[in-house]
Write a protein that binds this ligand. Structure first.
Ligand code: NAD
Length: 460
């Protein structure tokens, strides 16, 4: 069993030394490294597209929009704003502190560990890395072993532009990941499943290392009676079947209002055919399931309800057609586990209270989508259900803007990133009070005459 323990320890020693040299803290250095990353990704763009096709049968459109382009945007945005973000911020001080100045200095944690999953294997490894670099950290990046072509490519890209004493890719599976987690990193950024997230947090507790956990769960999409049905159908099909449903924020199940369910299902079926054709298993626009294990797991869900559309599958190419599953048993695996595949169970409801009770009866979702024209419905859902993030009248798109923090809550994770939030995630906010030496209020000292009286007046 390969764990690369000695190599990992050596890398970490070297990274700690390099971090101590203070080189990573210069703004010019950080900007240069971000630029290098973008240039190298550009240079290898065709190889990335090929690797994603090999590992997941991703189409070029999907690869560019959800893996490569999104990373360019993240790097561009970061480079544009980094100077401002990194600048120490002056803050006000309290009346009791008259004469002093307060400031918040953003400092890098040090050595960061980034562990990535397989579903967006490129972007989910390198987008957090952009944040770690921007904040001035060194980093070890562990891509997912389940997408080996992309993992190898990430290694090649990083090794080509960075020394391991600054940014080091470490390839490997669970044992390697566990060995990494035993080390004394200064920050851990993990994207993956809830169960592994718990193991990550447990390992981090040993060194009291702060963590960001980007996890998963069951994200509902609610279509209310007043929704624009044609648009809802398009956007749900887009969100659910992109990457064959292997998206952490894909709508996991559909809550459809009784009055519009029939019309909605008809529109969803038409849209699936429009997007992927009559034979989705043959379509070059449609992804495959990552491996046999996940393929078998997802196929089992087909027994948990009534297949009213799709259901075709191919053991050879590991593809499962976009599938609609009506009347799922609420206690069955398809309704209790994260599906992470192209099966959409449909639950009918009559009023919003049912919806709120249903969603709140489960772990807090990573995402929630609501289709409605009513402000009142919107505000009722927003104020009654806790979830990581989401959209009204759309799916997935909240992840693609650097202005919104992306992350979960409760079982779907902790912490967030993207844009400035990535920079903040990988930075410690160091508070400094600079006191004046021009005068000295003596009322705080034990020898002060009317000290207590004055303090009582100031602090009441
Ligand atoms: P996973 O938890 O199995 O693996 C993620 C990473 O952890 C991999 O690099 C893997 O090698 C490592 N790992 C696996 N088991 C480990 C263990 N016992 N100890 C230490 N490390 C271990 O997740 P996955 O199957 O790669 O990804 C799918 C999951 O990730 C889904 O639950 C999905 O919702 C979630 N996800 C979340 C986000 C997000 O941004 N919130 C994004 C993508 C995926």
């Amino acid at each position: 069993m390969e764990t690369y323990a000695d190599e990992i320890k050596q890398i970490l020693r070297e990274q700690k030394l390099f971090f101590a040299s203070n080189e990573t803290k210069s703004l010019t250095f950080r900007l240069e490294q971000l630029k290098k990353l973008k240039e190298e990704v550009k240079r290898r763009e065709q190889d990335i597209i090929q690797a994603l096709a090999q590992d997941l049968n991703k189409s070029e459109l999907e690869s560019y929009s959800t893996e490569i382009g999104i990373l360019y945007e993240e790097i561009n945005f970061t480079m544009k704003h980094l100077k401002k973000w990194a600048k120490p911020k002056r803050v006000r001080t309290a009346l009791t502190h008259t004469g002093s100045k307060g400031s918040v200095i953003k400092e890098p944690y040090g050595t960061a560990l980034i562990i990535a999953p397989w579903n967006y294997p490129f972007q989910l490894a390198l987008s957090p890395l952009a944040g770690a670099i921007a904040a001035g950290n060194t980093a070890v990046v562990k891509p997912s072993e389940l997408t080996p072509a992309v993992s190898l490519l990430i290694k090649e890209i990083l090794q080509h532009i960075y020394p391991a004493s600054y940014i080091a890719p470490v390839e490997g599976g669970v044992p390697t990941s566990q060995t990494l987690l035993e080390q004394d990193f200064d920050y851990i950024f993990f994207t993956g499943s809830v169960s592994v997230g718990k193991a990550v947090m447990e390992a981090a507790a040993k060194h009291l290392t702060p963590v960001t956990l980007e996890l998963g769960g069951k994200s509902p999409v609610i279509v209310h009676e007043d929704a624009n049905i044609a648009l809802a159908a398009k956007r749900i099909v887009f969100g659910k079947f992109t990457n064959a449903g292997q998206t952490c924020i894909a709508p996991d199940y559909l809550l459809a209002h009784k009055k519009v369910k029939k019309e909605l299902l008809r529109a969803i079926k038409e849209t699936i055919i429009e997007f992927y054709g009559d034979m989705p298993l043959e379509s070059s626009r449609y992804s495959k399931i990552v491996n046999d294990r996940h393929y078998g797991r997802i196929c089992e869900y087909l027994n948990d309800g009534k297949v009213i559309f799709g259901g075709e599958k191919s053991d050879e190419t590991l593809r499962i057609a976009p599938t609609l599953l009506d009347q799922p048993d609420p206690g069955s695996p398809v309704m209790t586990e994260e599906i992470f595949g192209p099966i959409l169970p449909i639950v009918e409801y009559e009023n919003l209270h049912e919806v709120i009770e249903f969603v709140n009866g489960r772990a807090k979702p990573l995402a929630l989508y609501l289709f409605t024209k009513s402000r009142e419905t919107e505000s009722q859902i927003m104020s009654c259900i806790s979830f990581g993030g989401g959209c009204v009248n759309d799916t997935l798109m909240h992840i693609a803007t650097p202005y919104l923090p992306f992350g979960g809550v409760g079982e779907s994770g902790m912490g967030s990133y993207h844009g400035k939030y990535s920079f903040d995630t990988f930075s410690h906010s160091k508070s400094v009070l600079k006191q004046t030496t021009a005068f000295d209020f003596s009322f705080r000292y034990p020898s002060a005459k009317n000290g207590l009286k004055l303090i009582r007046r100031l602090m009441k």
